[in-house]
Design a binder for this molecule. Structure first.
Ligand code: S3P
Length: 430
């Protein structure tokens, strides 16, 4: 699908961002491990969470899709079944990496597959530690899905210092650890999103600036009945749009405010953004609030490696904000972006190039020469079938002088099925 986007003079309105993708997927997977029935409200209808839901169903959970909620009757750790067919994770790295931990822990033999993008993403980061725990994993070219996972030996709990700050890797090892008689400890030096620890109520200790998270068979799996918060990573597109489009005011209701996810808020505020938070509260284990953003004059900023994991999914849209911020902005230490749904450093560079933004691509990030007065005529943006690149390009298109187009724009539905409708709803044209 080619999506045309007209420039907009003003953005006005109130939106509820779609349900959080990371939390929805965890809600489904952790409900499988829980022995009772969890009732989850506001479960995401986006493609990735739906892939996770179908996977947990294939592994033995009983899923009922009600009007306002889904209920999942779990199998518990001991009741997981090996599906007859391949377990299809679609486009979702989170589904594949987290469920690989569950499968390795369960000792069932399962073959996991995914779409063209997922089968080009390295799985080495989970294969090596899961094999150390006693799993046997057959992977294409030793690194890529399809993955055939089995375990004949007894599960070997371990202490594991994360070699990369990845919440998917952390969660994968903790989920396998939940099947071990003694604790598996994951040691984290750079904090990544902590939804797994929160929602499973795992033991977390701090030692010399490191976080040590433990998981074993002795940990009860809590019931996962809660309302999934709005997705901060989806709200991020409107936060930047609200800043860079004049005469704008957007309210984003019930948006997740987990501090390990929302570094973009602080970054934009440091850049000069007019953002306020109202009505802060807890939704289950997760903080939420309503965010109000108004048009702002932005200035350049440098993003250091230490906060990259807390804004990793927001970097494509941050690059758009930087294009309109006074001065030179730098994102560095973000090589992980090259291993996302597409090589996102390449994809960000192609997006900026299409709009003729002045920038330099680096191996581990990008340097952007921003200008508040920057304008371009129109552009054709490639999404590279990556939802976040499609949506970031759409926000950039709002600043064109005439209509731009985004190719393969349907991929926005991987995380945000209503994105194009929401964009129309708040855009005011001159
Ligand atoms: C996710 C973790 C991040 C993020 C992804 C979702 C999760 O990946 O980019 O979109 O739900 O745990 P990494 O943990 O691999 O950085």
């Amino acid at each position: 699908m080619i999506q045309k986007v007209k420039p907009s003079d003003s953005l006005q309105g109130t939106l509820s961002p779609p349900p959080d993708k990371s939390i929805s997927q965890r809600a489904a997977i952790f409900s499988l491990l829980h022995e009772g029935t969890s009732v989850i409200k506001n479960y995401s209808s986006a493609q990735d969470p739906q892939s996770s839901l179908e996977c947990v169903e294939a592994l033995g959970a009983e899923v009922k899709r009600n009007k306002d909620s889904i209920s999942i009757k779990g199998t518990g750790r001991s009741g997981i079944k090996a599906p007859e067919d391949d377990l299809d994770c679609g486009n979702s790295g989170t589904a594949m990496r987290l469920l690989a931990g569950v499968i390795a822990g369960s000792g069932k033999q399962v073959r996991m597959c995914g779409d063209a993008s997922l089968t080009t993403r390295t799985m080495t980061r989970i294969i090596e530690p899961l094999e150390k725990m006693g799993a046997y994993i057959l992977a294409r070219n030793s690194a890529y899905a399809p993955l055939m996972i089995t375990r004949e030996e007894k599960l070997k709990p371990m202490d594991f210092e994360l070699p990369i700050p990845s919440a998917q890797l952390k969660s994968c090892i903790l989920l396998a650890g939940l099947f071990g008689e003694t604790p598996t400890k994951v040691i984290e030096t750079i904090p990544s999103r902590d939804h797994t620890e929160r929602l499973l109520q795992l033991k977390v200790e701090e030692e010399k600036g490191k976080k040590i998270i433990s998981a074993s068979l002795n940990d009860e799996i809590p019931n996962q009945s809660y309302t999934v918060p709005g997705d901060f990573s989806a709200a991020a597109f409107w936060l930047v749009a609200g800043c860079i489009i004049p005469n704008s005011e957007i309210t984003l209701e019930a948006t997740g405010l987990n501090p390990t996810r929302n570094a973009l808020l602080g970054i934009l505020q440091e850049m000069g953004a007019n953002i306020t938070i109202e009505n802060e509260r807890m939704e289950g284990a997760e903080p939420v609030g309503d965010i109000v953003v108004r048009s702002s004059d932005l200035r350049a900023i440098n993003i250091p490696k230490s906060i990259i994991p807390n804004c990793i999914d927001e970097l494509p849209i941050l690059a758009v904000a930087m294009s309109f911020a006074e001065g030179i902005s730098v994102i560095s230490g973000a090589e992980e972006l090259r291993h996302k749904e597409t090589d996102r450093i390449m994809a960000i560079s192609e997006m900026l190039k299409a709009a003729r933004v002045s920038f330099e691509e680096k191996e581990d990030g990008v340097e952007i020469h921003g200008n508040p007065e920057f304008a371009f005529d129109s552009a054709t943006f490639k999404s590279f079938h990556d939802h976040r690149i499609a949506m970031a390009s759409a926000i950039l298109s709002l600043k064109g002088k005439s209509e731009s187009e985004i190719l393969d724009a349907e991929c926005a539905a991987v995380s945000y099925p209503g994105f194009w409708e929401d964009l129309k709803e708040i855009s005011i044209y001159g």
